[in-house]
Design a protein around this ligand. Structure first.
Ligand SMILES: Cc1cc2nc3c(=O)[nH]c(=O)nc-3n(C[C@H](O)[C@H](O)[C@H](O)COP(=O)(O)OP(=O)(O)OC[C@H]3O[C@@H](n4cnc5c(N)ncnc54)[C@H](O)[C@@H]3O)c2cc1C
Length: 391
């Protein structure tokens, strides 16, 4: 079988790319390792920058997001027993973020791909890119015990941090940068009303906490935990008690708790692999970079990669112009590194670092004090949080 672009990975990067290319008449196939129900069961990001919102509109998958998503024009940072609002809109000429779950975006993309007859293979085993340093790359995979081969012009590696595409690149051709943080986020999803109309990021002596949401009746909460803690050490009651302790008293008292419908621990990591293009293999999203979730940039970076990549491919097929593909890696990485810096900075600002001692804790507190009293500092935070331009 032959397609123009073979896509490894049916997460948001791969599906969005496939949808945008299909709308321009470019043939793709998406090879996904997992079954669809598993992909749709993953609870991940939920805060969308305007750039991603615009991409979803362009991809014609924004209808449900427009109806059910919520625009947030600010969020709170809590420390020292008080909440301080960061006015995103006021500091950015009216920009805001959209709260709408990654799970819902993925569902909308699958629905759109199905409606357009998009080719998606689930439970594709041992997907392997071949000959991407030549003009004739191809993919192989197994499905139901049979071997398959897909010839294509380009391969998009959209298969996440643990996928096969980055691993197929010789290590000598990749430069990797990594920081692993000594803690993780224990997350709980519950069918309860959110703690507040907007998100609350809380810095507390016991550790970071975040009150987030997916809708008016579905809340997502996180507490910072040690990276080796086990989920069975965290029954719901312990989670809610710990969360309450890390929030200002008034917020803790009004918190509505309930049975968790999902609970997981995610490690925190910063990671970038450069470059993002290797011949005719182009990496995008988590396959090339990871940010800690503080600042909500992971999914949004996947979207900006797909913006640059889709335009490069569309120009190539429309006019033969290869300049967009030639500059893809550099353009994507310029934005990736700015989001890496911002996510690292927010992580440093809001978490408890056990090994750093009282001096670092006082510096952190001084930075928080400065932030909530300085219009310039809040503007810098707001500008990054709503998302830097795609340029
Ligand atoms: C547990 C968790 C929680 C997160 N929470 C947040 C958050 O709160 N806020 C935020 O902004 N970001 C968060 N992120 C990050 C965000 O979800 C990712 O940045 C986003 O999913 C990236 O999309 P992607 O399509 O590039 O990668 P993925 O979503 O990882 O999709 C990759 C796809 O490729 C498939 N795949 C993997 N290997 C292969 C293979 N060998 N062959 C074929 N298919 C393969 C996978 O099954 C998957 O479906 C979280 C990530 C994780 C893991």
């Amino acid at each position: 079988m032959r397609v123009q672009v073979g896509i490894i990975g049916g997460g948001p990067s791969g599906l969005l790319l496939s949808q945008l290319l299909h709308l321009q008449g470019i043939e793709t196939i998406v090879l996904e390792r997992r079954e669809r129900a598993y992909v749709l069961g993953r609870i991940r990001a939920g805060v969308l920058e305007q750039g991603l919102v615009a991409m979803l509109r362009e991809a014609k998958v924004a209808e449900r997001m427009e109806a059910e998503g919520e625009l947030h024009e600010g969020f709170d940072i809590a420390f020292g027993g008080r909440r301080h609002r960061i006015d995103l809109a006021g500091h950015t000429n009216g920009a805001a973020v959209m709260v709408y779950g990654q799970t819902e975006i993925t569902r909308d993309l699958y629905d759109a791909r199905d409606a357009m007859g998009g080719l998606i293979v689930h439970e594709a085993v041992d997907v392997t890119p071949h000959d991407f340093d030549s003009d004739a790359p191809y993919l192989t995979y197994r499905k139901d015990g049979r071997e398959h081969r897909i010839d294509c012009d380009f391969i998009a590696g959209c298969d996440g941090f643990h996928g096969a595409s980055r691993k197929s690149i010789p290590t000598s051709a990749l430069k990797e940068y990594e920081r692993v943080y000594p803690f993780g986020w224990l997350g709980v999803l519950s069918e309860t009303p959110p703690a507040s109309d907007e998100l609350i990021y809380s810095n507390h002596e016991r550790g970071f906490a975040l009150c987030s949401m997916r809708s008016r009746s579905l809340s997502r909460y996180y507490v910072q935990v040690l990276v080796d803690e086990k989920l069975d050490e965290w029954p719901d009651e312990r989670f809610w008690d710990e969360l309450r302790m890390r929030l200002p008293e008034e917020t803790a008292q009004s918190l509505v708790t309930g049975v968790s419908i999902e609970k997981s621990i995610a490690p925190l990591r910063s990671f970038v692999a450069e470059p993002m293009r290797h011949g005719r293999l182009l990496l995008a999203g988590d396959a090339a970079h990871i940010v800690p979730p503080t600042g909500a940039k992971g999914l949004n970076l996947a979207a900006s990669d797909i913006y640059f990549l889709s335009r490069g491919l569309i120009d190539y097929y429309r006019t033969g112009d290869e300049s967009g593909l030639a500059s893809y890696s550099q353009k994507a990485l310029d934005r990736v590194w700015k989001a890496e810096r911002f996510s690292w900075w927010m992580t440093e600002l809001l978490h408890r670092f056990q090994d750093r001692g009282p001096f670092a804790a006082r510096i952190q507190r001084a930075e928080l004090d400065y932030l909530v009293k300085s219009s310039a500092a809040m503007a810098a935070l707001a500008e990054n949080y709503v998302g830097l331009p795609y340029e």
